[in-house]
Design a protein around this ligand. Structure first.
Ligand code: SF4
Ligand code: SF4
Length: 111
């Protein structure tokens, strides 16, 4: 399985890749020259980070192999990330529904 790496010369350190990475394996300010890096043993090759990079500087490393126990840990981190995202969305939807219901009741009181 491939992992990805960041071209340190091209990275503008915007942070978009780090925000979307489900295994939180993209780190920042770890290189000493204000760029992001991928810690490859946490990469599950999901491909989510590549299209969000505004300067297209995230590339595959096809010949890198992640040890099975590290890959399992990374997959577990991704599952936790996905569950957290689902919970956040449910919480946001609940706030919107409560707000709409409150506004509707206020509208009814003034009608
Ligand atoms: S390919 Fe997926 S797991 Fe790997 S660094 Fe990008 S977003 Fe993270
Ligand atoms: S999205 Fe691209 S430019 Fe932005 S921090 Fe990540 S690798 Fe660097």
């Amino acid at each position: 399985m491939a992992v990805v790496t960041i071209d340190l010369e091209a990275c503008i350190n915007c942070g978009w890749c780090r925000r979307v990475c489900p295994t939180e394996t993209i780190k920042y300010f770890a290189t000493g020259h204000r760029t992001h890096i991928v810690e490859p043993d946490g990469c599950i090759d999901c491909g989510i980070c590549t299209p969000v990079c505004p300067v297209n500087c995230i590339h595959p490393v096809p010949d890198y192999t992640v040890a099975p126990e590290k890959l399992n840990a990374a997959k577990g981190a991704a599952r936790t990330f996905a569950a957290d995202q689902r919970k956040l969305k449910q919480d946001r939807d609940a706030v919107v529904e409560r707000t709409l219901a409150r506004l509707a009741s206020l509208g009814g009181a003034h009608a």
